[in-house]
Design a protein around this ligand. Structure first.
Ligand SMILES: Nc1nc2c(ncn2[C@@H]2O[C@H](COP(=O)(O)OP(=O)(O)O)[C@@H](O)[C@H]2O)c(=O)[nH]1
Ligand SMILES: [Mg+2]
Length: 219
């Protein structure tokens, strides 16, 4: 089977869920493929989504992060979706809410069968905080591949950038092929072709080919 390249510029808003605890009620059925984007507030997630889809305001960018717990789902095509998870680790969120949020996020990662990859975005100047590690561990425990994206790479000189990339690769090497690490800049477009290639691969898991073949056979 030849795999069609997904055109990420076609992403369009599908639905919002008000908070992760009620995600089940709002998300489309657990079929096809979902790719989730996660990261601390202000990590550059909205900017990355906009850069990858070449849309200026698909996901809103903000200078006052952490206000909303809204989860936005974007549709790529009838089988494939991007999920913009709310930023975690925002200092002003009460602890009880933080814990609730973490639990719901863990459940989403562990139960959502159509999840074929998770992008964990981290500011290249502050990578691998506790909650980032938690996200990566949950995903890998559920056998979901992870792209650790080191954002705002334009903020560092080339040598400092490569030093951090290598350090993070070493720190995550215990996860083997489950975790890839790449630098990224929404501002400069650094890393974009590499990220799009990885997302494209995640858009074509074997189970989707099987699902589609089963539908064709039934017809
Ligand atoms: N220099 C630089 N700044 C960035 C980049 N990506 C995001 N930012 C800035 O970082 C801040 C947070 O970005 P945003 O995308 O809203 O982060 P989010 O909270 O993770 O969605 C904003 O002020 C952005 O302009 C980047 O690649 N380079
Ligand atoms: Mg955002």
């Amino acid at each position: 089977m030849t795999e069609s390249r997904i055109d990420f510029r076609r992403a369009k808003f599908l639905i919002s869920a008000p908070d992760i605890a009620h995600l089940d009620q709002y998300l489309p059925g657990d079929v096809g493929v979902e790719i989730a984007f996660a990261g601390r507030s202000n990590a550059g997630k909205s900017s990355a989504l906009n850069a990858l889809t070449e849309q200026k305001s698909l996901a809103r960018t903000s200078k006052t992060p952490g206000r909303t717990q809204l989860i936005n789902v974007f549709e790529l095509d009838a089988q494939r979706r991007l999920v913009d998870l709310p930023g975690y680790g925002f200092a002003q969120v009460p602890l009880a809410l933080k814990n609730k949020w973490q639990q719901a996020l863990g459940e989403y990662l562990q139960k959502r069968a159509c999840l074929s990859g998770v992008v964990v975005l981290m500011d290249i100047r502050h990578p691998l905080k506790d909650l980032d590690m938690q996200m990566i561990e949950w995903a890998v425990a559920s056998e979901i591949p992870v792209l650790a994206l080191l954002t705002k790479s334009d903020k560092l000189a080339q040598s400092a950038k490569m030093k951090t990339v290598n350090e993070v690769r070493l720190a995550l090497s215990k996860f083997g092929d489950w975790v890839q690490v790449e630098p990224f800049s929404s501002l400069k477009g650094t890393g974009k072709p590499k990220v799009l290639a990885i997302l494209n691969e995640w858009c074509h898991p074997q189970w989707l080919a099987d699902e589609l073949a089963a539908v064709n056979n039934a017809e």
